[in-house]
Design a protein around this ligand. Structure first.
Ligand code: SIN
Length: 525
């Protein structure tokens, strides 16, 4: 394999965590592996709600931390919740300085939305539902102006090279075709910030390229994975036949939008005292159950927002218009969709993974913040906080090379020779995950999923990117099989209770999950 050695720190990904870390690492030379043109294809840019932060003088980071712990259903690390929420306000001020145009009140304060399971309106937003896109835009501008950052647009990472438990290189390919021969990039340190796994599911709100590849790549290199079974389903993805499914932000329910079914019945009041503002997992299950029963769940914004939805929630209004829905006149059909992976690469409070030389931030990481049910709008906050932690720790841990020169960009020419994932195999994997490892799971379905993943992987093992997807799918299904209880977003119809003794976070090595999968595939378990 062709090799390139650089003094640059290699960042995999181009979402909020990757951009913010690259900026905080400056002037240390960085190379970012970005599958698309910056700003396209990253989940962060699709985030509608905003960033949760106790900005109001009447609010307190301690309340934010307590809400995070409560929502997480017994598996949140309280110290991490404290770490992330304590200085959330400073991150909002920093983003503001960097040009993020947060919505402001007449007296200069921040407009804050209420979202489910928050005890306070504490989600700062941009132009209603444009937070992710606008914050990304501001940071991309800064990145483009920072000479120490080189962005390799159109490249993706497909493998980690290790020696004695230390990461020594990252294999990258051309992402446009996925068919180039891999090139081994050997850098000064490696930061994974390449997103989660939502697109492993056939019904998802995630951008098409986000299919668990980064988590799978780290797992295949031996990194420990935690909480893999905890996948969050967003209750109100629009059920309009688009893949990915457009999001109808939770902030709409924060404004008072209600959920009804085809008979006009408002069903959440019978499910939870907080009705539409119940924790996200509760609402997702209720929507799923209505959807499965053919009751066509819908989000009704007519009374509470009327025509205002078009100016206050432009992304939602645009998706409605594209699908011939006028939300001022008719309710929006919705379905539960894979949205956020709470689990991922086990990461300590310095942002370090279990492999030496490897740091992780954002959705690919599993820090212990989210537990079994992430509190809305904590995802972008966690990405910011850990991006900074990783940058600080890398600066402290990795000596500056005497050769480090910011004006020598890498020149990488790809040659033909790689194998892209087979689109039919990817679709089959996604359908397997949605139908057997989705909102409601059971032993028979999870075993069947593992058998199907085993067969798909065996038939397509020549594509490293597909192997990475299968690794993450195996971890999700395997850990879901081993957690014989229901907790947060992980619902087992055969173990409906939350087991008082089972709250511990799951830890997994891919090799163990592959052994379990092999036994199941042979029908010995
Ligand atoms: C939303 O806007 O509903 C999504 C927010 C989030 O997932 O944090």
């Amino acid at each position: 394999m062709k090799e390139i050695t650089t003094d640059r720190i290699v960042i995999v990904g181009a979402g909020l965590g990757a951009l913010y870390a690259a900026l905080k690492l400056a002037p240390r030379p960085v190379v970012m592996i970005s599958p698309e043109v910056l700003g396209e294809g990253a989940s962060s840019a699709w985030a509608q709600g905003g960033v949760a932060a106790a900005m109001d003088p009447l609010d307190d980071p301690k309340n934010h931390a307590a809400d995070t712990v409560k929502a997480g259903a017994g598996t949140v690390d309280a110290d991490v919740a404290d770490l992330v929420t304590r200085h959330a306000r400073d991150y909002i001020l920093d983003l503001t300085r960097m040009g993020a145009p947060f919505d402001r009140t007449a007296d200069g304060g921040y407009v804050m939305s209420r979202e489910a399971a928050h005890s306070f309106a504490r989600v700062v937003r941009v132009k209603g539902d444009q937070a992710g896109a606008e914050i990304m835009k501001a940071l991309i501008e800064q990145v483009r102006e920072t000479p120490s950052i080189q962005v390799l647009e159109g490249t993706m990472a497909t493998g980690l090279d290790t020696e004695g438990g230390k990461v020594t290189g990252i294999a990258i390919q051309d992402s446009a075709t996925g068919r180039s021969a891999p090139v081994m990039l050997r850098g000064a340190a490696y930061l994974l910030a390449g997103g989660g796994s939502g697109g492993l599911y056939a019904i998802t709100t995630n951008p098409p390229r986000i299919r668990g590849q980064v988590i799978g790549m780290a797992a295949r290199a031996g990194a420990e994975i935690t909480d893999a079974e905890f996948v969050q389903f967003h209750p109100t993805a629009m059920d309009v036949g688009e893949d990915p499914a457009p999001l109808a932000t939770e902030a709409l329910r924060g404004e008072g939008a209600i959920l009804i079914n085809k008979d006009g019945v408002r069903f959440m009041q019978a499910v939870h005292p907080d009705a539409e503002l119940a924790p996200r997992d509760v609402v997702a299950r209720a929507i799923f159950s209505q959807w499965q029963a053919g009751m066509r769940p819908m989000l009704d914004t007519r009374d509470v927002l009327g025509e205002r939805i078009k100016t206050q929630f432009p992304a939602v209004a645009e998706a409605c218009a594209r699908n011939g829905i006028d939300p001022a006149l008719e309710p929006i059909p919705v379905a539960a969709a894979a949205h956020y992976h709470m689990g991922g690469i086990a990461t300590d409070t310095d942002g370090r993974a279990s492999l030496e030389g490897l740091w992780v931030c954002g959705e690919a990481s599993s820090t212990g913040l989210h537990g079994a049910n992430r509190l809305a709008s904590n995802g972008l906050l966690e990405a910011l906080v850990y991006a900074r932690i990783c940058a600080d720790d890398i600066i402290a841990a990795v000596p500056v090379s005497k050769n480090a020169a910011i004006d020598t960009p890498l020149d990488i020419q790809f040659e033909q020779g790689g194998v892209a994932p087979d689109p039919d195999a990817v679709m089959s994997l996604r359908q397997t995950m949605t139908s057997l490892v989705g909102v409601v799971r059971d032993e028979a379905g999870l075993k069947e999923a593992l058998r199907k993943i085993d067969a798909l992987e065996a038939a397509h093992s020549d594509s490293p990117s597909f192997m990475n997807m299968c690794a993450t799918a195996t971890l999700i299904a395997g850990c879901a099989l081993l957690r014989r209880e229901s907790r947060g977003a992980h619902e087992r119809s055969d173990f409906p209770d939350t087991d008082a003794g089972e709250g511990l976070r799951s830890k997994a090595q891919l090799t163990d999950m592959l052994a379990l999968r092999a036994k199941i595939a042979k029908d010995t378990v």
